[in-house]
Write a protein that binds this ligand. Structure first.
Ligand code: NAD
Length: 317
């Protein structure tokens, strides 16, 4: 099959560089002007690939009205906006690139922890207000602390590598990973979540969101954390009981927290986030130039394999 035969529809908001690379490597691209479903259905008629980000919704209606569609491609991780049942029913493949942003999310996680431990955010704010608060903010190092990782997949493992280089002791909890994976990374395995909660000075969350991990960090779990510990969530908002977390920050049970993800995005009530010991970022964990480049190249390789580009396989494969 030749690349000119594959037609691609890119959602509004897909970065220009990504559009350029798809055009160079796969085939002609049309970019949608908006997320409007009627526009999508109009434009998707002759397309074989639909590239989307966390928006728009790829509904059953879109999939059923896309007679030539073979692949929905999502640069990044979450495919929650894609009706996968409808795709399966129509034989449309859904592909993504979860491995593309592991280092980006891991680096933000560690950066947020250091910013919390060193009071970067409040001291920067005061300096810009004209106050030289040098003696107010004595920080802590990551070195010598116990860092607990919950969810030892792609991102959790990268966090472990970085944190070990900072000379922290790393323990991790993940019931679905083999012992060798922990020992291979020089990480102590926590057999129970409680063990990790009780031992860690800093905890970072890297689980996928599913029915078992929703609310995993409950009020009870937060109370089991050490007094003065720190919690970093760059996974999914619903993994943490956010109200209980904010209470634990107010009551001083936790020394600090950092959130990149929320129950609802964007959060409906930001007033409760205005705390000196809370850093919040707007779900930017995977938003780096490098992650976009990685995601593009991973998806291009997957599409080349699916369409057997250059091998003369007909589009209907
Ligand atoms: P992954 O699938 O590689 O790893 C997830 C790990 O969680 C797996 O090893 C799995 O065994 C483990 N797990 C599942 N249920 C568990 C449980 N009950 N207790 C403990 N561990 C459990 O995923 P990843 O690519 O490392 O992503 C981790 C998280 O980061 C996901 O929630 C993902 O959506 C999120 N993420 C966020 C951003 C961002 O911009 N902030 C970007 C990319 C990914």
């Amino acid at each position: 099959m030749n690349k000119e035969e594959i037609r691609i529809l890119c959602a509004h908001g897909v970065p220009e560089d990504m559009v350029k690379r798809f055009t160079e490597e796969i085939g002609p691209v049309e970019v949608l002007p908006s997320d409007d479903e009627a526009d999508i259905i109009r434009a998707i008629q002759d397309k074989h690939v639909f590239v989307v980000r966390s928006k728009p919704k790829v509904t059953a209606n879109v999939v059923m009205n896309a007679p030539n569609l073979k692949v929905v491609a999502r640069p990044g991780v979450g495919t929650d906006n894609i009706d996968k049942k409808a795709c399966e029913a129509r034989g449309v493949q859904v592909i993504n690139s979860p491995e593309a942003s592991a280092s980006s999310v891991a680096e933000l996680t560690v950066g947020l922890a250091i910013a919390l431990l060193r009071h970067v955010y409040p001291s920067c704010y005061l300096l810009k207000e004209g106050q030289w608060a040098k003696n107010k903010y004595t920080g802590k190092t990551v070195e010598g602390k116990t860092w607990g990782i919950i969810g030892f997949g792609g991102i959790g493992r990268r966090v472990a590598e970085i944190v070990k280089a900072l000379h922290a002791e790393v323990i991790a909890y993940d019931p679905y990973v083999k012992d060798e994976e922990f020992t291979g990374k020089g990480v102590k395995r926590a057999m129970r979540l409680d063990e990790l909660l009780e031992k860690s000075d800093i905890i970072s969350l890297h689980v996928v969101l599913n029915k078992d991990t929703e609310g995993l960090i409950s009020e009870e779990a937060i109370q089991k954390m050490k007094k003065g510990a720190y919690l970093i969530n760059t996974s999914r908002g619903k993994v943490v009981n956010q109200e209980a977390l904010l209470r634990a920050l107010d009551e001083g049970h936790l020394a600090g927290a950092a959130l990149d993800v929320y129950d609802t995005e964007p959060p409906t009530d930001v007033s409760c986030l205005r705390k000196e010991n809370l850093i919040c970022t707007p779900h930017i964990g995977g938003s780096t130039e490098e992650a976009f480049v990685n995601a593009t190249e991973i998806l291009i390789n997957k599409l080349k394999a699916i369409f057997r580009l250059g091998e003369g396989v007909p589009i209907g494969y």
